[in-house]
Write a protein that binds this ligand. Structure first.
Ligand SMILES: C[S@@+](CC[C@H](N)C(=O)[O-])C[C@H]1O[C@@H](n2cnc3c(N)ncnc32)[C@H](O)[C@@H]1O
Length: 209
């Protein structure tokens, strides 16, 4: 049995953030969440490169079906084989990783509110590429991160939508603006990487009325 991948949206930009991520490698009990798993390429990398210690875990969320929101996916790419490839690719990687895999089939906006707060060391946001959904994923994922946890936003540079307000950058910039004081920006390129640092510092100052 060998790994079966049709597309590689993962490795071309991995080097942007890999040095920061490598610091997590082999951490006992490491917990990673990914939103958007497709064929499992990023999941396999997490299992091979980071989730090598006992007690570690990977949670993968993906509907593995075309929804009306997925205007940037050709249906034939998705429905026929992406989920079965995910299953066989992760099964292969799990032969060499002690991690537990939790696969959750469904849209992130329904699944993320059900997960326990403060439970992940690293969250990859790589699901829907439409700005409203990216924004929702970032806000919902934030609650799930441990203090000092890393939030990894893929596709900051994705620009396939003609209308700029549909592309992920608007959502990521909006999130960064609203949560300033709560994070340390580690990288901003095609990928964005943040560390959750605190509670926002001083409370906002109210204008006199
Ligand atoms: C670019 S692919 C993910 C690639 C994967 N992370 C990798 O590197 O191999 C995007 C995935 O997001 C999924 N997706 C789209 N909308 C989603 C949503 N609302 N919730 C969760 N996943 C979603 C799609 O089904 C697709 O499999």
């Amino acid at each position: 049995m060998s790994y079966q991948f049709h597309y590689d949206w993962f490795t071309p930009y991995l080097s942007e953030v890999e040095p920061e991520l490598r610091s997590l490698a082999g951490k006992p009990g490491l917990q990673i969440l990914e939103i958007g798993s497709f064929e499992g390429r990023s999941a396999v990398w997490f299992l091979q490169a980071l989730l090598t210690a006992p007690g570690s875990g990977l949670t993968c969320i993906d509907p593995w079906q075309i929804t009306p929101e997925m205007v940037d996916f050709e249906p034939e790419i998705m429905v026929a084989w992406a989920e079965s490839r995910f299953d066989s690719n992760t099964a292969l990687a799990l032969q060499h990783s002690p991690a537990q895999l939790q696969k959750i089939k469904g849209p992130s906006e329904a699944v993320l509110p059900l997960l326990p707060a403060g439970s992940f060391d690293l969250i990859l946001v790589d699901g829907s590429h439409r700005a409203p959904f990216v924004l929702s994923d970032l806000v919902l994922a934030w609650r799930l991160l441990k203090p000092e946890g890393l939030l990894w936003c893929d596709d900051y540079g994705y620009d396939r939508f003609v209308e700029p307000h549909w592309n992920p950058a608007l959502a990521i910039d909006s999130f960064l603006a609203c949560y300033q004081g709560f994070y340390q920006l580690l990288h901003r390129g095609y990928q964005v990487l943040l560390r959750k640092t605190g509670e926002g510092g001083k409370p906002g100052v109210l204008r006199e009325v």
